[in-house]
Design a protein. Structure first.
Length: 177
């Protein structure tokens, strides 16, 4: 019976590698974003002198938006892979990001919601730049969605703060015993 238990545990432990293709897919998603980034960039540069100020602002906001999404994907790839699959062996590499290997699942959630709120803010800013193209109802829904995302982010941060305090209290009680 012990051999069966060991085998099941080994299968479950090694099943973490089933996540690796997801992270590779996210790397491909960054490459797709790069293509759209270049397309947007190459679209605005030749038309820069004839474009209106709002067109340039919208193009720049779109590029910033894509950059934030790519950064978010990179954080998810690195921290997700390291938290759930395996350590990425880049110790000592001069370009290794300082946060790599230090972002736990809780930190990942906060970074994720923070990035989503930033992306939502940029989308809202883009809507305000082309406000005449939107109906009052469309603009209202964009604002409502943004407020919901900001509120969700605040609630995530509060929940993590409470959970962190609870964990510290438990450790202190164990050490005091």
């Amino acid at each position: 019976m012990k051999k069966i238990e060991h085998f099941l545990e080994l299968v479950m432990f090694n099943s973490r590698w089933l996540l690796a293709p997801f992270y590779l897919g996210l790397v491909v998603a960054i490459a797709m974003l790069l293509i759209k980034f270049l397309q947007e960039f190459l679209h605005i540069v030749p038309n820069l002198l004839t474009s209106t100020e709002s067109d340039v602002v919208l193009a720049v906001l779109t590029i910033v938006d894509m950059s934030l999404v790519a950064n978010l994907l990179l954080i998810i790839i690195f921290s997700g892979y390291e938290n759930f699959v395996s350590r990425i062996d880049t110790a000592g590499h001069e370009d290794r990001p300082e946060w790599m290997g230090k972002v736990d699942f809780s930190g990942l959630k906060i970074k994720l919601i923070g990035s989503i709120v930033a992306i939502s803010a940029i989308e809202l800013l883009k809507a305000f730049v082309k406000v005449t193209a939107l109906t009052r109802e469309q603009l209202m829904w964009k604002v409502i969605i943004h407020v919901v995302l900001v509120s969700s982010g605040l609630l995530f941060a509060v929940m993590d703060r409470i959970a962190e305090g609870t964990g510290e209290e438990k450790r202190a009680k164990r050490q005091g015993s």
